[in-house]
Every structure is written in structure tokens, then in C-alpha cells.
Design a binder for this molecule. Sequence first.
Ligand SMILES: Nc1ncnc2c1ncn2[C@@H]1O[C@H](COP(=O)(O)OS(=O)(=O)O)[C@@H](OP(=O)(O)O)[C@H]1O
Length: 349
Amino acid sequence: MEISLPSICAALVSAGGLAYACFYSWLWDCHLRAYPAYRGRYPRLWLDLATHILTLKRLWGFSTSFLRKLPDFYIVGCPKCGTSAIYQYLALHPRIVEPAFKESRFLWGFVGLNLSALRYRSIFPLWWECPLGHLTFDADCTVATAPRLAAALLRQLTPKAKIVISHRDPVEAAWSMYKFRSRIKGRFDFGWTFDQMFKMEMDLDASPSWAHMDTLAASLDAGATSVTITPQIGHCGVNSTLLRPQRIADVLEAFESRFGRDNVLLINFADLAADAQGTVRRIYSFLDLDSTVELPPLNKVEPEEVLDMAVEPSANGNANSSCPQDILERLDMYYAEQKHRFAAMLSNR
Ligand SMILES: Nc1ncnc2c1ncn2[C@@H]1O[C@H](COP(=O)(O)OS(=O)(=O)O)[C@@H](OP(=O)(O)O)[C@H]1O
């Protein structure tokens, strides 16, 4: 066969196309492992331009991973405690460089089941985009679902990192999560009742994956530099966002014990709501950044604005409805021990 310029170009284009197709299949398979309910549901995803843009962004991140930074700090929770707002407000600082996505979902296998530093880097800025004196971060509050595994992994990857935890009454936050999750368009649990969601999480609670996560946390604490998770862990993690991530005492304990009390900042959601500017400046100071930078008015930020998802305002009753008494009592019971322990931890701080 004659080797000519056009045949070399054709071979390169075919090889590139094949590599892209393999990466595309692998990447979306990673997501589907955590959300098996979606498998086969969108057969025409190939025709969606936004999906290809996202895939190319991920591919670029992967191929340049070795040139990227790991986070300097993390917002590890709790969901529904203003984490999207904190993410946006912090990114206003000239010395903070935001990551490619608000929530990496790294812990749940969205960048593959092998949780190694090189894979994690793919989401963060290139070193020249985040030079010395600048900070980058991950704001994946879903990690609060498995705080011991998350804290052990993040400490292994970035032992000097700082941790920001926003908290709110867990009952209020869980009800907020229910209203949000049941209104996300295209989600398998769209329109579900609270009972349906509560039951699914109770069933997931019985999974042996939680004990497996603790084993992985122990191996990271003992010095492992990377661990392999199972698809079941990803499935448990991303689908248990109603109840588990509001176990605030567990979250605080897991991170404080591994990063040290001085490296963990607790933000009360009520303070954020009352004085967003003051709260953000407090976080800047905690991160050793200039806290006097000029800031625009800090308005409320809804998660759908940051997470690029569509919610149905009227699905499942009014989005602003208050929690019915029977659900309130169930949630109160579920969180009683956590609330008690957290109050004791706060009084010792
Ligand atoms: N500045 C300010 N002041 C007061 N409240 C605010 C602010 N910014 C965001 N929010 C409220 O935070 C709730 C969403 O929290 P998260 O962004 O953590 O949600 S998510 O976990 O990322 O889905 C959500 O509240 P609820 O809808 O009551 O749950 C947002 O309205």
C-alpha cells in the first residue's frame, strides 16, 4: 500500500475518532454504573451536542491531567446548606480558580472506579491557570454521604487542604433535598412522594457497600495512595442524598479527626442567609486570602443555576411547601442522635 499524506491523515482521523468513541462510551458508562435506572433510556444521546462538548472537556482534562493542580480546599457539605451559593461567591475572589464542575462526583466513580490522584486532577485547573498564591477547590457536597471514606481519600491526596462545612438543621435540609430531587426533570425519581424516596434510602442503607467504604477508608488511613471502589458504592453514594449527608456530627468528626480542627471551618446556613458578604469574607480569611476584596451584591443562588439542570417548579406540589407534621416527626427521630452529638461538639469548640 502506498503511504501518502492523505492516507496518513485518514489514518490519524480514524484513530482519533476511535479513541474519542472509546472515551465517550467509557465516560458515560461510568455515570450509568452509578445510575443504572437510566441505562437504555436515552438511546439518542449520541445526537446531543452538549454531551459531546462535555465529553471533549473531560477528554482534554484527562489527557492533560499530569499538568493539573489538586484542590487546596474543599466544600464537603452539607447538601442544601447553601453550597452552590458558597461555590459561586468564593469563585469571585481573584485568587480562587474554579474547577471545571461544581461537583466532581469523583468519589462515586464518575471519573472511573480507580480513585487515584492522577484521575482526580483531570477536573482541576492547569498549573499556569492557577499559579502560586492562587487556590482551587472541589465543592462536591455529595461526599458528606460517606464522610469517613471522603475524608480519608482527600487527606491521602491533599493532606494540607482546608475544609469548609456548611450546616443547617438536618430536618430542614432533608426536606429541602426531597423537594429539590423530586422536581429535577428527567430524574428517575421525578415526582416521587417523600415515602417512596425515604424507602429507597432505607433499602440502600442496608447495603454492604457502607461497610466496604469503611474498609477502604481504613486502608487509606493506613497509607494506601489509591483505592478501587465498586459500582455499588457509586450507586449507594449518589442515590443516598436525602438522609445520610445530613448526619452532620459524622461529617464534622470524620474531617476534624483527619485534617485537624484548625483546618476545618464550620459555616452556619443561618449566618449565610443573614449576611452572605460577611460569611464569604470569613471564608476568605480562613483560606488566608485578602478578605477585603470588592464584592458585588451576593444574591441567593439556587443549585440548578450551578449544576446545569432543569427543575419543574410545580411538580409534586408547591416547591415552597412546608414539611408535613408526620414527616417532620420521622426526620426528627432519624436525626435525634446526630443533633445531640453535634450540639456537644459545638459546645467543645
Ligand atoms: N444567599 C443565600 N441566602 C439564603 N439561602 C440561600 C442563599 N443562597 C442559596 N440559598 C439556599 O440554599 C439552598 C440550596 O443549597 P445548596 O446549594 O447547598 O443545594 S445543593 O445541595 O447544591 O443542591 C436553597 O434553599 P432551600 O430551597 O430553602 O433549600 C437556596 O435557596
